[in-house]
Design a binder for this molecule. Sequence first.
Ligand code: C5P
Length: 214
Amino acid sequence: GRAAALIPAAGSGTRLGRGPKAFVEVAGRSLLARSVAALAPLVDEVLVALPEGQDLPPGVPARAITGGATRQESVRRLLRATSAEVVLVHDAARPFLPSRVVHALLEAIPETGAATAALPVADTLVRGEAGRWGGLVPREGLWAVQTPQGFRRELLLRAHEAAHAGGFGATDDAGLVAWLGGEVVLVPGDARLFKVTTPGDLALAHAVASLWDA
Ligand code: C5P
């Protein structure tokens, strides 16, 4: 296929405390099933990295591989398992993905080969020092980075292999391309793309699902 969605879903969900996070359900549907359903109609194939020994639940239109010990390693394995020209990397832990964001990314990728969903920071930012206010960080020009992130596969694979060889780690894929010297386009994300990490996030996800599923 020409475009593939790559979904790292091999995390253990330690902070959520409900078992492997991708399989946690919100209003009767798993985070993974929701993420796959949002992407499948928009790409040629969906590839998912799962924890060792786990299978895709029935009815999820994707191909599964075994993930790695880190998110970065899971994505590297996903990249090696496809020959698509363009890849969209999306966390299973972000189950509410508006199609508008995917279309905007696909449009932006040709500019530099790399693009990510991101939102301007709205909160005041402060550096904490031993539990005390350690100094303001001006939020001017700061963006909170989300997924999906879109790339020419060959560029992202090069960044991953270089990072792997050099022992460099990043919490996302656009960070690896930037580390390699690549330019990453910022595309407007969406508040509903928040990552389900803590039990509080799961409560928020239930509230969003009641609107999303309506
Ligand atoms: O832990 P965190 O929420 O930042 O993980 C982001 C995404 O990366 C999740 O969808 C998680 O399942 C995935 N992941 C992975 N392989 C790992 C760790 C995390 O695919 N070893």
